[in-house]
Design a protein around this ligand. Structure first.
Ligand code: ADQ
Length: 495
């Protein structure tokens, strides 16, 4: 376990995210507590436990109100009471406008440059503003409760306006924000109505430090500020913006995974047994096993992947029976029509492909249409000879890193979209453009034919790299940078 408390000294740590780290649910046998899966909670929960800080998030659990006080505060983890979870309450109209609406129907497609899915409604925008303001009030109130300094760390695109609101309430508060998804260039950002795109940029400039996954997104942000905020002065070389007598630092901090945890899961006896079963069932003899793991989202390039496989099996009959693909695709954002349509399309296409090409001893695609526990996932990653990540755009993509971490036997090839943050970080994958079907097919062929020696060499390089860039390194580099800016601000204030 890595200890980050030295960065914070006596500074109170307030984390802000849309999803909460613990959800209280009404279960059949009383109250259940759930910890949502995902790297962020796994990485940040231990830090929060040690710093005794406060985590501000949407109270989404069915029993959340029952266990929280009148301000929405509840000590967590249940029974250990190490830090405070401050819940912000949202009604259905808030969730529809702020979350499903502006966050997921406007900002999400826009930032991923998939503008055919972009939808703007004034109602979405107004709810987004109101909810951001409500979160800012909750954080300001938490900061008010401490005698010393406080640091607020906001997560993601759900809160582009929160830093500016918070800055107006608590001018001296240190505020920083991590943007998990891509940031688009000005020509795309301008599709937001006039006024809205400026408001978003001004909102983000309320931060002292703004963290992106890779340098390209940081540059896009700076280009947008330069183009749309006349009074701002942008220094591209130093990645700094001066606006309204304040400075916002910008930088790239690529997120990662808890590498050791994935390695341990992949090496467990259960996992080894799973590998043997999967290989016996799907990769007998020369047959190879491919895997892909995604939320069913139009950014992940799932239809493009299916099309490449279908074309390959249509045009090259000798490729039939050479490999089976396991698709672990979990339904996501099912309240939105675009996601339901996509899920139906994926299921239908897989059924059609299996009907057309499958034989009594070969299933082309095995679809696991649900969320799978990460220890099970680790076994699938380890068993595979290929992993395909075909995102059309992706801030980072953690599946690529999870696959590399679990490849203990260094047998697998990673086929990775050039349009992921991971592709700019990982050296050793076979890169693809998912829009180019012929290139995609060629990459699958070359992966299948790659020698064991070449696979080992590439995977070994990727694994070595990953070991020096874990989620704890990510956290360390962000808190290091934040605390040094904070230190410089204090020195400036004293002088
Ligand atoms: P996501 O778009 O959700 O994250 P990704 O980075 O791939 O994308 O993370 C998905 C996570 O969900 C992985 O940990 C994966 O194992 C898990 N997952 C996916 N499908 C699953 C399934 N069927 N069963 C179980 N688990 C499944 C956003 C951005 C990314 C960025 C992350 C972190 O879009 O670009 O990498 O945040 O910043």
């Amino acid at each position: 376990m890595v200890d980050f408390t030295h960065y914070l000294n006596d500074c109170k740590f307030i984390l802000v995210s849309n999803r909460e780290p613990y959800e209280h649910m009404k279960g059949e046998r009383g109250l259940d507590v759930r910890q949502p899966p995902g790297g962020l909670v796994t990485a940040l929960d231990p830090t929060m436990r040690r710093t005794h800080g406060t985590w501000v998030a949407w109270g989404s659990g069915t029993a959340d109100r029952e266990v929280s006080d009148e301000l929405g505060r509840v000590p967590v983890p249940p029974g250990e009471d190490c830090y405070t979870l401050r819940r912000v309450w949202l009604n259905d109209a808030d969730v529809n406008g702020y979350y499903h609406g502006f966050s997921n129907r406007a900002l999400w497609p826009l930032c991923h440059m998939l503008i055919q899915h972009f939808e703007y409604r004034t109602e979405f925008w107004e709810r987004y503003r109101t909810v951001n303001l409500r979160f800012a009030h909750a954080v300001a109130d938490e900061a008010e409760r401490c005698t010393g300094r406080a640091m607020a760390w906001i997560q993601d695109y759900h809160f582009a306006l929160a830093a500016e609101f918070l800055r107006a309430m608590r001018p001296a508060l240190f505020i920083h924000q991590f943007w998990h998804i891509p940031f688009p260039p000005p020509d795309i950002f301008t599709l937001l109505p006039t006024g809205t795109h400026e408001a978003l940029l001004r909102g983000l400039l309320g931060n002292d430090l703004l963290e992106f996954q890779i340098d390209r997104y940081a540059q896009n942000f700076l280009d947008c500020v330069e183009k749309f905020i006349e009074e701002a002065h942008v220094d591209h070389a130093r990645q700094v913006v001066n606006f309204r007598d304040r400075t916002t630092h910008v930088g790239a901090f690529p997120i990662s995974i808890d590498v050791q945890r994935f390695e341990q899961m992949a090496s467990s006896p259960d996992s080894q047994a799973r590998v043997a079963t999967l290989r016996e069932r799907y990769a007998k003899g020369d047959r190879q096993l491919g895997v892909c793991v995604d939320r069913i989202d139009y950014t992940k390039g799932i239809p493009e992947r299916i099309r490449a496989l279908e074309t390959l099996w249509t045009e090259s009959a000798e490729m039939r029976g050479r490999f089976t693909f396991i698709f672990v695709c979990t339904p996501s954002r099912t309240d939105l029509k675009a996601y339901n349509t996509l899920e139906a399309e994926v299921v239908q296409s897989v059924i059609a492909i299996n009907k057309r090409f499958g034989t009594s001893d070969w299933t082309p695609i095995v679809l696991i249409n649900e969320n799978v526990d990460s220890d099970l996932l680790a076994g699938v990653y380890r068993a595979a000879d290929l992993c395909v990540v075909s995102s059309l755009q992706d801030g980072m993509n953690l599946v690529a890193k999870e696959f590399v971490a679990c490849q203990i036997d260094e047998r697998g090839v990673l086929i990775l979209s050039r349009f992921t943050g991971s592709a700019e970080e990982i050296d050793g994958a076979v890169l693809i453009n998912p829009f180019n079907i012929d290139g995609f097919m060629a990459a699958i062929r070359s992966a299948l034919e790659m020698s064991a020696e070449e696979r080992r060499r590439r995977m070994h390089r990727m694994r070595r790299q990953l070991h020096s860039s874990t989620i704890f390194d990510w956290l360390d580099s962000i808190l290091d940078r934040a605390s040094s800016i904070m230190g410089a601000q204090s020195a400036h204030a004293v002088a």
